[in-house]
Design a protein. Structure first.
Length: 295
C-alpha cells in the first residue's frame, strides 16, 4: 500500500481552504487537473470520499472535514520539524535546487554559488539555467531567481539585485545605417530581441517627459539574452541589453548606447521560494548570500 503523500495532502487542504479546485490550483501554482488528480489519488488510497463536487460549489464531506482538521495540525508540525532538523547545528546540508534565467544566472548567480559550495561542503546544488518559466512548486525547486516580483501565491520573495536597461548597437552597425535621433527611428532599424518578446514587441521608454511606446518587427529573435548581446556585438542590429551584460562592452566601446536621453525602467531581481520551506537553513544561507548583490 502506498504511504502518505505530502503533495496530495497539501492539495486537499488548499481546496478546503479556498473552496474550489481552480482557486487551489492558483494558490499552489499548478494546473487544476493536477489538483484534481492528487485529491482523487488521496481518496482512492484512504478509501473515503473527502470532497463533494457539484456544478456550483465544492465542499467537504463529513470525513473530509474531520480529515482536514487532523491534517492541518500534522502538516504544520511536519514543516516545523523539517525546519528544526535543517537548522540544527547551523550547517546546511542536502540538495538545493535552483532555477534561474540563463544570462543572469551565468553572469551573476553562478559565480557566487562556487563560493557558497566551498563554505558549505555538505550542501549539494542542482542548477537549472533556462529562460522558460519554471513553476517551482510543481517542479520541486527550492529557489527561483525571477526578473520580476513573483505574483504567485504560496511563495516568499526577497529583492536581491537591480539592473538598468540600455539601447545598444555596435559602432560598425551605426556607421552603416541612418542615425537614431528619436525613439520613432527604432522602427526602421534591424532590432534584435529575446524570444520572450517575439514575434512583435513594444519598446517602452520615457522621452522628453512622456512615455513613448514603439512597436517594432524584430529582425532577429534569439532564445537567450547572451545570444542577443553577441549578435549586437557583431553588428547585426540594435538591442535592449541589461547592464549586467552590456556594462563592459559599453566601457570598452565595443557597443555604443543610442538614445542616451531615453529613460528605460530599472529592473528588480528577486529570489523566491515556497513559504512552507522558509525555515530551511539551506535556503536561508543562499538568500543571505544573494542579498549582498544588491548591497
Amino acid at each position: 500500500m502506498n504511504g502518505p503523500n505530502f503533495q496530495e495532502a497539501e492539495a486537499f487542504l488548499t481546496v478546503a481552504d479556498r473552496g474550489g479546485f481552480g482557486a487551489a490550483a492558483r494558490e499552489l501554482g499548478v494546473t487544476q487537473s493536477t489538483v484534481s488528480r492528487r485529491i482523487a489519488s488521496l481518496e482512492l488510497r484512504i478509501g473515503k470520499r473527502l470532497v463533494e463536487r457539484t456544478t456550483r460549489r465544492v465542499g467537504l464531506t463529513q470525513a473530509g472535514l474531520a480529515f482536514a482538521a487532523d491534517l492541518r495540525d500534522v502538516l504544520t508540525r511536519l514543516a516545523e520539524a523539517e525546519g528544526r532538523v535543517q537548522s540544527e547545528g547551523g550547517e546546511p546540508e542536502g540538495l538545493l535546487r535552483i532555477t534561474m534565467p540563463t544570462a543572469y544566472g551565468r553572469t551573476t548567480i553562478v559565480p557566487r554559488l562556487a563560493a557558497l559550495a566551498r563554505r558549505h561542503p555538505r550542501l549539494r546544488l542542482e542548477l537549472d539555467l533556462s529562460d522558460r518559466y519554471v513553476d517551482i512548486l510543481e517542479d520541486g525547486f527550492d529557489v527561483a531567481i525571477r526578473i520580476a516580483e513573483p505574483t504567485q501565491s504560496g511563495l516568499v520573495a526577497a529583492c536581491i539585485d537591480r539592473f538598468t536597461l540600455h539601447i545598444c548597437a555596435a559602432p560598425q552597425y551605426l556607421a552603416r545605417h541612418a542615425p537614431v535621433a528619436s525613439p520613432q527611428d527604432l522602427a526602421d532599424h534591424s532590432c534584435i530581441v529575446q524570444r520572450t518578446y517575439a514575434p512583435r514587441t513594444n519598446w517602452r521608454l520615457e522621452w522628453s517627459g512622456k512615455t513613448v511606446e514603439i512597436e517594432i518587427m524584430p529582425r532577429i529573435i534569439a532564445s537567450d539574452m547572451m545570444a542577443v548581446r553577441s549578435l549586437a556585438l557583431d553588428g547585426a542590429g540594435i538591442a535592449v541589453l541589461p547592464s549586467y551584460l552590456a556594462r563592459g562592452d559599453l566601457a570598452s566601446g565595443e557597443l555604443v548606447e543610442v538614445l542616451t536621453d531615453a529613460g528605460l525602467p530599472t529592473m528588480n531581481v528577486f529570489a523566491a521560494w515556497p513559504h512552507h520551506r522558509a525555515n530551511l537553513s539551506k535556503i536561508a544561507v543562499l538568500v543571505q548570500d544573494l542579498r549582498y548583490i544588491a548591497g
